[in-house]
Design a protein around this ligand. Structure first.
Ligand SMILES: [Zn+2]
Ligand SMILES: [Zn+2]
Length: 220
């Protein structure tokens, strides 16, 4: 059995994947990309008898941080995000619409600024921060107990957009090549959106099926 339990919750107006990741030994939980509906997240934590410790954002896009402020107030846990994305999207035009639509207040500023290769303790498990810029300058993937939370860096069979503010296709490809490609083939991929033909994948499968890997890295 894995050292962690993972509960995916597609939430908010864009059904972004929020992940509740809990250390089975201690019950301590991290909430990755709280994308809306904070009461659903809180109810799930209660049902699991989990102790929330951290909010982690894979990047700073407003739809991925939408429930940060509400959860931080309710649970008194710190928001962690890479330094380059914290507050980088505070002027996004969609923030007003998201707030009106959901009744939530978007807070784009993190309490703890992450850098590459930071290690965060989650009970008996360790979360490794992999800085993978490209979709945004501060995009990160989080590796814990053989599971990789990829945000909008790597999807099942696809990768994130690079045409938005701060995006770079060249940086995205280099991030996948230098930070993700070398991970074990059985590393399980948990993306920020269900854009593929299955909700999760493995690094080994993506090396065969993901065109960003096959076309840009393996056969450039
Ligand atoms: Zn994004
Ligand atoms: Zn996204």
């Amino acid at each position: 059995m894995s050292a962690i339990k993972i509960i995916p919750l597609p939430l908010g107006p864009f059904q972004v994947n929020t992940y509740i990741v809990t250390c089975r030994e201690t019950g301590q939980s991290a909430i990755i990309d709280p994308a809306g509906e904070p009461e659903t997240i809180i109810d799930t934590l209660k049902r699991e008898k989990a102790t929330p410790c951290l909010i982690l954002n894979t990047h700073g896009h407003p739809d991925h941080v939408l429930a940060n402020a509400a959860l931080k107030a309710a649970l008194e846990v710190p928001v962690c995000m890479h330094a380059e994305d914290s507050d980088f999207f505070s002027d996004s035009p969609e923030i007003g619409d998201l707030e009106r639509q959901t009744g939530l207040t978007v807070d784009t500023v993190a309490d703890r600024l992450l850098t590459d290769d930071d290690r965060l303790q989650l009970g008996a498990a360790t979360i490794q921060v992999l800085h993978t810029p490209g979709h945004t300058p501060g995009s990160c993937c989080f590796l814990v107990a053989g599971h990789l939370f990829t945000g909008d860096t790597l999807f099942v069979g696809d990768a994130g957009r690079t045409d938005l503010k701060g995006g770079s296709l060249d940086r995205l490809i280099r991030s996948i090549e230098n930070k993700l490609f070398g991970l074990a083939d059985d590393t399980r991929i948990w993306p920020g959106h269900n854009y593929g033909n299955r909700p999760t994948s493995t690094m080994g499968r993506e090396k065969i099926e993901n065109t960003y890997i096959t076309d840009f890295i393996l056969d450039p």
